[in-house]
Ligand binder design. Structure first.
Ligand SMILES: Cc1cc2nc3c(=O)[nH]c(=O)nc-3n(C[C@H](O)[C@H](O)[C@H](O)COP(=O)(O)O)c2cc1C
Length: 173
């Protein structure tokens, strides 16, 4: 078993990677490993009991839609076969609350569904307070299933949101 946290993210090269790197930096590189879904497989991830998993919402449908990021599209079939029993998993998601106000960070829900179906204990659910949007598929029992980040219009809020979220996560993981 690996006692570190796996910070798993995709795609590479955009806002999700930037935020994943910031999260890893704040946790501390001695306490986590940053892994791109592009480089991940079940063997690599199996030893981790704690994971933070993130992606962006690209397209207004779901991960199987052709508009989703290529990295996650390619990884999703493997991800769906992974067993998350006994693992604690937190989710973060990049989105745009203005241009996609009816589908804000929808894809966090797709991640949540797979993780839940595959036995994960989901942690890091986050209140909707402070976010403006019309609709989001990523709300369960009145809370976001993970942390939404909007680098397009609220990048000045990202660091504070991450700090507050990691603060509550440290007690949950
Ligand atoms: C074609 C396209 C579709 C998008 N669809 C959504 C959407 O449905 N919901 C949302 O919240 N954000 C949506 N976004 C915004 C992205 O999620 C946001 O810009 C994010 O920061 C991109 O992260 P990335 O660079 O890691 O992919 C979309 C962006 C693009 C370019």
């Amino acid at each position: 078993m690996n006692s570190k946290i796996a910070v798993l993210y995709g795609p590479k090269g955009g806002n999700t990677e930037k935020i994943a790197k910031l999260i890893a930096k704040k946790i501390g590189h001695d306490k986590c490993d940053l892994i791109a879904v592009r480089d991940a497989d079940e063997t690599l991830l199996a030893p981790y009991n704690k994971l933070i998993i993130g992606g962006s919402t690209i397209g207004t449908h779901n991960w199987s839609h052709s508009n989703t990021s290529v990295d996650w599209d390619q990884f999703m079939p493997k991800f769906k076969k992974m067993n998350f029993a006994g693992k604690k998993v937190a989710i973060f998601g990049l989105g745009d609350h203005l241009a996609y106000t009816n589908h804000f960070v929808d894809e966090m829900f797709s991640l949540y569904q797979v993780l839940k179906n595959n036995g994960a204990t989901i942690v890091g659910q986050w209140p909707t307070d402070g976010y403006e949007f019309n609709e989001s598929a990523a709300i369960v029992n009145g809370k976001f299933v993970g942390l939404p980040i909007d680098e397009d219009h609220e990048d000045d809020l990202s660091e504070g949101r991450i700090d507050a979220w990691l603060n509550t996560l440290s007690a949950q993981m």
